[in-house]
Design a protein around this ligand. Structure first.
Ligand code: ZN
Length: 150
């Protein structure tokens, strides 16, 4: 299940990536060319006009409520049975799959305290960014819980 998101859905895009889904976010208005290029993905949109067009050409889509991230996530969970576990295996910046790496190889990039306390490090080959499972994971988990609870 791969998603193509309207430019206004940046917040949702980030959360889908936290949950391990492959996503592409549109930089500008969704054009016909873009739709054809990504027609095998599920389009997440808030524009009824785009929805009408996607319907006509038989591309899968979900028309989401504007503005409320909570309502958007809830709809995805209900309609697509979305997994709601933090996976953190995809780069939240670019959507590339992260690679598990040995910390020794990246010692220069890691703050000493982090190096001491953590062993699991992931690397984005696209952004050259290193991720580790620090305190912020707890905060993400709490935020996620508050977003998907009824
Ligand atoms: Zn990246």
């Amino acid at each position: 299940m791969e998603f193509f998101l309207e430019a206004s859905l940046k917040g949702l895009n980030k959360w889908l990536r936290f949950l391990g889904y492959k996503t592409t976010i549109c930089k500008n208005k969704i054009t016909r060319k873009e739709i054809l290029k990504h027609k095998n993905k599920i389009f997440l949109i808030t524009s009824p006009i785009t929805a009408e067009f996607l319907e006509k050409i038989g591309v899968k889509y979900l028309l989401l409520p504007r503005d409320s991230l909570k309502a958007q996530l809830k709809m995805l969970v209900n309609k697509l049975n979305l997994n709601t576990e933090l996976k953190l295996n995809v780069c939240s910046l670019c959507g590339e799959e992260l690679v598990s790496v040995k910390k020794e190889a990246f010692k220069d990039l890691i703050p000493p305290k982090v190096y001491q306390f953590y062993d699991e490090f992931n690397y984005c080959p696209q952004c050259k960014k290193l991720y580790w499972q620090g305190d912020h994971i707890k905060r993400l988990e709490e935020r996620l819980k508050s977003l998907i609870e009824k």
